[in-house]
Design a protein around this ligand. Structure first.
Ligand SMILES: [Zn+2]
Length: 467
C-alpha cells in the first residue's frame, strides 16, 4: 500500500483549478464572456476559501510527534484492543453525530474510503481473515456454513472443533509468544489451538444476549488487573448494526439509531480507559467485517427458470444468496452445468438473467482468492449488487439488506480506525484489504506472527516507528 501516493494525489487534487474556467470564452460574444468570467471568479474565490478552511481544519503535520510513536505513559507494554461492529458499512459514521467514533478518527488513522473485506463478504470468513491475515481458502472458513467434502460433516457458526479453523489467529499467536490474550467474542475464539486454551477467565463463550455495556465494562476491568497481568491483546464484538441492516436495509432510521448506540458504547469505553489513565496508551483498532446493501423483491433471479437448460435441484445448492454455491452430483460434469446455466442466463428468457453469472471456482477472477480449497463447491455464482438468488417464486414480498457480494462493490466496504501510540493523529490512508490487519497487530505487539496473505511492508507504511 503506497500511502505516499495517496497523499500526493490528494495534494494534487487540492491544488487543481476549479472546474469552471474561461478557456472557451474567446469565441463567444462579450456578454456571456463577462458572465463566464464572473462565475469563474466566484468559483475561484469559493475554491480558495474551501482550501483555506480545509488546511486550517485538517490536523497539521508540523509537530514532530507525527513522525514518531508516542511513548507509553502507564502501561508496561503495548496493548491492542480490536473492536468489531458487525455490518458497519463504510459511511454509516456520517449518518448521525458519532462524536466518540469521530474522536478516534480525528486523533487516529483512518482508511479514507474504508476497509475492503475478503470475498465472500460474510461475517465468519471476514472476522477470521482479520485475525489470521489469510484469505478464506487458506483459513478454511469459506462460508458461514459449508460441508467437509470428505466426511460430509457440516460446519455451522457453532462449530468449535479445531479441524475446521486453519491458520493461526491472533490470540493463538499471542499465547504462543508467552503473552496473554482475552477475547470478548470473535468467530473462532472458542477453538482450542496451539497454546491458546480459551481460558475461562479471558475467553467469553458467545452469548448474543449480553448487553454491549456489560461487554465494555468487562474489558475495562482487565485494565484494573496488576499491570503485568493485563492481556496484551483483546477482542470486543458487537452484533449491530448488521442485525438491523438485514431487516430493514442500510437506509432505514433503525440503522441510524443502531449506529448512534454503537457510538455510545465506544464513548463508554473511552471514558473508562480515560478514568484509568490508559486511553492514550491503549491501541484501539475499530473495524467492521463487511458492509450492507438494500435488497428488494423485484431484484430476484430464480434457479427454476433455468429448467429448459439444466435442472438445478435444491440438493445441489449449498448456498443461494448472495453467494451462490452449487455442488452437482458426481454423475454431472460441473463444467457442463456452468455452460448450461450461463446459456440460460444470457438467453434473454430468464428474468434478471443478466444479473447473475456462474463460474467454475478456478475460473473466478483471481482477485477474489476463492478457489484454493476443497471445501468450496465447484460452481460459484456472482450476482449483481442488491440482487438475490432463490430457487422458485414464492410471491413473498419483502425488502431488507444483505452482504456476501463481490468485495469490489463499495457497499460491501466497512471502516478501519486505528487510535494509539503508533497511529498518527488525523492521518488518512488508502483503502486496504483486511488480511493486512494481522501483520499490523503483531507488529504493534512485537510478537512473531505466522505466515499469512498480508504484506510484510504494510505495518511500516501505516505505523509510526518508536524513536
Ligand atoms: Zn450479516
Amino acid at each position: 500500500m503506497d500511502v505516499k501516493k495517496l497523499e500526493e494525489a490528494e495534494e494534487e487534487a487540492s491544488n487543481s483549478k476549479p472546474l469552471l474556467n474561461t478557456s472557451t470564452s474567446t469565441s463567444h460574444s462579450n456578454k456571456p464572456t463577462l458572465l463566464l468570467n464572473f462565475i469563474a471568479c466566484m468559483s475561484l474565490i469559493t475554491a480558495v476559501t474551501f482550501a483555506i478552511l480545509f488546511f486550517s481544519l485538517s490536523p497539521s503535520s508540523s509537530s514532530s510527534s507525527t513522525t514518531t510513536a508516542r511513548p507509553l505513559k502507564k502501561l508496561p507494554h503495548p496493548v491492542v484492543l480490536l473492536i468489531s461492529s458487525d455490518g458497519f458499512r463504510f459511511g454509516y459514521q456520517f449518518k448521525t453525530p458519532t462524536p466518540n467514533i469521530h474522536r478516534l478518527i480525528n486523533n487516529g488513522t483512518e482508511a479514507l474510503t474504508g476497509l475492503i473485506p475478503v470475498f465472500p463478504t460474510l461475517t465468519f470468513p471476514n472476522h477470521y481473515s482479520i485475525v489470521t491475515g489469510l484469505y478464506p481458502p487458506h483459513h478454511g472458513i469459506i462460508n458461514n456454513f459449508f460441508f467437509d467434502p470428505i466426511t460430509g460433516e457440516k460446519f455451522t457458526m457453532a462449530s468449535h472443533e479445531s479441524k475446521w479453523w486453519l491458520g493461526q489467529p491472533l490470540w493463538e499467536t499471542v499465547a504462543n509468544n508467552g503473552k496473554t490474550a482475552a477475547t470478548y467474542f470473535w468467530p473462532g475464539s472458542e477453538v482450542i489451538k496451539g497454546l491458546w486454551t480459551c481460558p475461562l477467565r479471558f475467553c467469553k463463550h458467545y452469548d448474543g444476549s449480553v448487553p454491549f455495556e456489560d461487554r465494555v465494562d468487562t474489558v475495562l476491568e482487565y485494565f484494573d488487573l496488576p499491570l503485568d497481568e493485563i492481556p496484551v491483546f483483546m477482542t470486543l464484538y458487537f452484533e449491530d448494526p448488521d442485525h438491523q441492516g438485514h431487516q430493514v436495509g442500510p437506509d432505514d432510521d433503525e440503522i441510524t439509531q443502531a449506529v448512534s448506540r454503537i457510538d455510545g458504547v465506544i464513548g463508554r469505553l473511552i471514558n473508562g480507559l480515560e478514568k484509568r489513565g490508559v486511553f492514550e496508551d491503549v491501541t484501539i483498532i475499530m473495524v467492521g467485517d463487511h458492509g450492507m446493501v438494500g435488497t428488494c423483491d423485484q431484484k430476484l433471479v430464480f434457479l427454476d427458470d433455468l429448467a429448459p437448460w439444466v435442472d438445478i435441484t435444491p440438493n445441489w445448492v449449498h448456498s443461494y444468496t448472495p453467494l451462490l454455491a452449487i455442488w452437482p452430483p458426481s454423475n454431472h460434469s460441473a463444467a457442463d452445468v456452468v455452460v448450461k446455466i450461463n446459456e440460460g442466463l444470457s438467453s434473454g428468457r430468464v428474468e434478471n438473467g443478466n444479473k447473475l453469472r456462474v463460474f467454475l471456482k478456478e475460473d473466478l477472477p483471481q482477485r477474489l482468492h476463492y478457489a484454493d480449497s476443497n471445501r468450496i463447491p465447484p460452481i460459484i455464482g456472482l450476482v449483481q449488487e442488491g440482487y438475490k438468488v432463490e430457487q422458485s417464486r414464492t410471491g413473498k414480498k419483502e425488502c431488507g439488506g444483505a452482504h456476501g457480494y463481490d468485495n469490489a462493490f463499495f457497499s460491501m466496504r466497512t471502516i478501519f480506525i486505528g487510535h494509539g501510540p503508533q497511529f498518527a493523529r488525523g492521518r488518512k490512508i488508502p483503502s486496504f484489504q483486511n488480511v493486512e490487519i494481522y501483520n499490523l497487530i503483531t507488529s504493534i505487539l512485537n510478537v512473531k506472527g505466522a505466515p499469512n496473505n498480508g504484506s510484510d511492508s504494510f505495518p511500516q507504511s501505516v505505523l509510526l516507528p518508536y524513536a
